[in-house]
Write a protein that binds this ligand. Structure first.
Ligand SMILES: NC(=O)c1ccc[n+]([C@@H]2O[C@H](COP(=O)([O-])OP(=O)(O)OC[C@H]3O[C@@H](n4cnc5c(N)ncnc54)[C@H](OP(=O)(O)O)[C@@H]3O)[C@@H](O)[C@H]2O)c1
Length: 291
């Protein structure tokens, strides 16, 4: 099986680089191989590879900046996945496209199922939803793989790395407690996707949710990060974390208050459930702080 991995330098992309070779020959592309804003390049470059599976881990991920860069965000997250999907159809490949909990508005009080109605609150979520629709329209053999609250040791910054930095600089910190989700280690996303791909057949294409299990507020997640980092001997100044509301920490984009994703459909398919978020946090911190 030949797998074309797009977005190989992102948080999830770097983990996929380590897990995907177990199931096939992997061609890794980053922005230098294919710039997704160059929409006309996508089909010819992808079709020339004749992959069996395309994994799209690339995205415009700057949630707040997307409000002022909507054209760019929609091009990368909305238009480019449609072109990838058309290319997949052209070469009879399957497309695995990563999407986000931010396609939901967070008004529910139970975990979101893959077929719950999306209603994104901001430009980033809207652009990712546009990508989902474009993929569905252009390729029957698709997986839309929604995940949430991603962090990893590799790749760009994320909430865990930000907390470690701030916790080393400050004694007190305010963190929002009225947004609840499931922090998810990029490695676990890669492992679940690598288990999913060999199961693909005409009966199981569609939309799936995957996150670490359990749910937590950003505030409780921050406290856990500091507790686990301290146990590993990481030097921290922080001695007080205050829970605040989203209103007390205004951001350009409104975030969903509750965006827990129900992962049973995928767990059933790959015959395993996701580890609890705290267990994965512990492993990521060991890798990141003790490496
Ligand atoms: N991060 C989260 O909390 C989160 C939550 C839910 C869902 N997701 C989804 O999970 C997926 C992976 O996210 P991530 O956290 O791994 O993202 P990431 O670390 O920001 O990586 C995104 C990758 O996309 C690449 N990219 C951006 N614009 C591109 C372009 N025009 N052409 C080619 N490549 C481009 C970036 O390349 P450069 O390095 O060159 O910029 C980067 O390597 C995305 O679909 C994202 O929407 C993420």
């Amino acid at each position: 099986m030949k797998i074309l991995l797009i977005g190989g330098q992102g948080q999830v992309g770097q983990e996929l680089q380590t897990t995907l070779p177990a199931i096939g020959e992997v061609v890794v592309w980053d922005r230098t191989h294919l710039d997704l804003t160059e929409l006309d390049d996508i089909a010819p470059k992808v079709v020339a590879q004749q992959p069996d599976v395309i994994v799209n881990a690339a995205a415009y991920t700057a949630v707040d900046k997307a409000e002022t860069e909507q054209t760019l965000a929609f091009r990368i997250n909305g238009d480019a996945p449609g072109k990838l999907a058309a290319a997949a159809t052209n070469c009879r490949a399957a497309l695995v496209h990563i999407s986000t909990d931010y396609v939901f508005d967070g008004s529910q009080n139970r975990p979101y199922q893959p077929d719950d109605k999306p209603n994104p609150l901001g430009a980033y979520g809207q652009s990712k939803r546009a990508g989902e629709l474009a993929v569905q329209a252009a390729c029957d053999r698709h997986i839309i793989f929604r995940t949430a609250w991603v962090y990893g040791a590799k790749g760009q910054g994320n909430f865990v790395k930000t907390m470690l930095r701030l916790g080393a600089e400050r004694e007190t910190l305010n963190v929002v407690y009225d947004q609840v989700g499931s922090p998810t280690w990029a490695y676990e996303i890669a492992a679940a996707m690598t288990a999913l791909i060999p199961t693909l057949n005409s009966a199981n294409f569609g939309t799936y949710h995957f996150t670490n299990s359990g749910a937590v507020s950003w505030y409780d997640f921050a406290v856990a990060i500091f507790e686990e980092a301290a146990l590993l001997g990481h030097p921290l100044k922080i001695n007080q974390v205050n829970p605040i509301t989203s209103d007390q920490y205004p951001t350009v984009t409104q975030r969903p208050h509750y965006s827990v994703l129900a992962g049973e459909k995928l767990a059933h398919l790959i015959c395993r459930s996701a580890p609890h978020w705290r267990e994965s946090l512990r492993k990521m911190l060991k890798e990141y702080l003790l490496a």
